[in-house]
Ligand binder design. Structure first.
Ligand SMILES: Cc1cn([C@H]2C[C@H](O)[C@@H](COP(=O)(O)OP(=O)(O)OP(=O)(O)O)O2)c(=O)[nH]c1=O
Length: 204
């Protein structure tokens, strides 16, 4: 696939997964890390709004230096039993997260924000993921592998975390960090993207 961008596109992210997904479908872009603190206060139980707000913060942070570009920010969280699971801070916490999620169904919510010309639009996508009943030895080995440490909910569906998953209802790519199909639809609808040859000046 090849897409042509109406203006330079920046992915405000350090996530290798998000970069990989945009590259996979042929959108021309560059990455710029946003370096925002992710400790905004959660008010109420609107987790979608929370993910959209963090995604907006990430896009806005980069807009200070790249104001003439279209900037995409994203944030992924795991929610179970009204509790939010972000990236684990330690192996002990990763183990705890996985024990709590074992045998249960949780939601993965990814918020996406698009900044352009001082305007923000955003959306969020919710996916239901059901984990198998996980035995302690499997959890211990998975945590030891280091894979959980940079991922919301302490697992990667696209890596060995695949072994934890019994069922998914919704967008696999949103669980991985970027709902690429919905994002592309938005960008095409708003005429930021059209089908055709990409921009040479990009990571892609
Ligand atoms: C649930 C799940 C999350 N993840 C990842 C996606 C995100 O990179 C990460 C959640 O953390 P985020 O804070 O959303 O993103 P990030 O800090 O990795 O990157 P940036 O803010 O710079 O864009 O968890 C997976 O890779 N696979 C999964 O199955």
């Amino acid at each position: 696939m090849k897409f042509k961008a109406a203006k330079p596109i920046i992915l405000a992210s350090t996530s290798p997964r998000r970069k990989e997904l945009l590259q996979m479908i042929g959108i021309p872009f560059q990455t710029v890390p946003s370096h925002v603190s992710e400790d905004i206060e959660m008010i109420g139980t609107d987790f979608g709004a929370y993910a959209r707000e963090l995604a907006t913060k990430k896009a806005q942070a980069v807009s200070k230096d790249y104001g003439s570009s279209l900037i995409i920010g994203a944030d992924t969280i795991v929610v179970f039993d009204e509790k939010m699971y972000t990236k684990p801070e330690s192996e002990e916490q990763a183990t705890q997260f996985l024990k709590e999620l074992s045998g249960k169904t949780h939601f993965v919510i990814t918020g996406v924000a698009m900044y352009s010309d001082d305007q923000i639009s955003s959306f969020s996508v919710e996916t239901r993921v059901t984990f198998r009943k996980l035995d302690d030895a499997l959890i211990a080995e998975y945590v030891r592998s280091g894979d959980p440490m940079d991922k919301a909910g302490a697992y990667g569906i696209q890596t060995a975390g695949a072994l934890l998953v019994e069922k998914i209802e919704g967008d696999y790519y949103s669980v991985m960090g970027l709902p690429i199909s919905k994002l592309t639809e938005h960008l095409r609808t708003q005429a930021y993207l059209s089908l055709g040859e990409g921009d040479a000046n990009s990571d892609n």
